[in-house]
Design a binder for this molecule. Sequence first.
Ligand code: TTP
Ligand code: MG
Length: 362
Amino acid sequence: MSHFILHCDLDCFFAAVEERDNPKYMGEPIIIGADPKEGKGRGVVSTCNYEARKFGLHSAMPISQAYKRCPHGIYLHPNFEKYHKASKEVMEIVNSYSDMFQQVSIDEAYLDISDKCINYKEVRDLAEKLKDKVQKKVGITISIGCASTKSIAKIASDCNKPNGITIVEPNQIKDFLKNMDITKISGIGKKSRIYYNKNGIFTIGDIINTPLPKMKQMFGKNGEFVWKVANGLDNREVKEFTADRKSISKERTFYEDTSDFDEVLSKLEEINDKIHEFVYKNKIYYKTVSLKIRLEGFLTFTRAHSFAHHIQDKNKVLYVIIDLLNQFSTMNKKVRLVGIKLSNLEKKSNMTQTTLLNYVLV
Ligand code: TTP
Ligand code: MG
């Protein structure tokens, strides 16, 4: 059976909601984020509309820099309550097309429509209907990518923004991906890109042309994952976090063993941030935090700490991790891998505004 997976992502989400609610700003550059204070403001851009992007503005840019580039823009404070409501309305519409639905952030979701369509023509019709419904009922636009795997659907949804549909059929995958930069694959960030480049891998085509054993040998597990993505073999399913899940964990191997405490700590912070994106989105609370550390020579240790109650607090986890990490500081050995695990999980349904804020601004 063919696999049809959609990735739906709203266009300049927060800015689109503001544009919808303030028609007088139509056609103006709109920037959502911190107060620019005429160029002296601190903080960052949350997002901006496509008009503002013409001036080089983008998410996470310091607001002072945005102001310098676009002083005549309309600068607005985020109104999370409003965005949360719009997100919920959109997600309900997306979910109404299939139960195999997985929301992955405030403005993106996957939808498996394999048992709703028999060919790509029907897929396009469904995607168009979905897009029209979002526009009509919520008043904002969404871009949709469709492919046989989640990772390619995600890359596709970004290709025809705003308000576009991009379908990549299995026999088009190679041509679609081959000239793209490797960072289009989520799993290759700015830091790993440097390492991949050093080893002669620049485009996704370079990954496709490297045999799997060589990818594994050069880049370990990450190499294997990105090879599968590049070859259309990523078989992750569309599914939501389920209550019977026992733990959430993430680990990373250093490209070279390190004894630099700051490097180890910054890697752990990165892992903690990533895990918490998932935690906040899925409204997960946890009681136990574990640190995993592998030293040179493959000596592996885990240390755990349990809180008295279920919590959801990125900073508390980081303090515990630092504390647990300090227990290894006297061993005088280089570190090969670090990981964090959260267990004793509980899912709550009432998301507070602070958690939404945390999620959005991390
Ligand atoms: P994105 O989907 O990454 O961005 P976007 O919807 O604004 O633009 P695009 O058309 O390229 O998809 O993020 C969704 C919302 O999350 C975004 O509207 C604002 C918020 N956000 C932040 O607050 N900070 C950030 O750094 C990012 C990336 C997003
Ligand atoms: Mg978006």
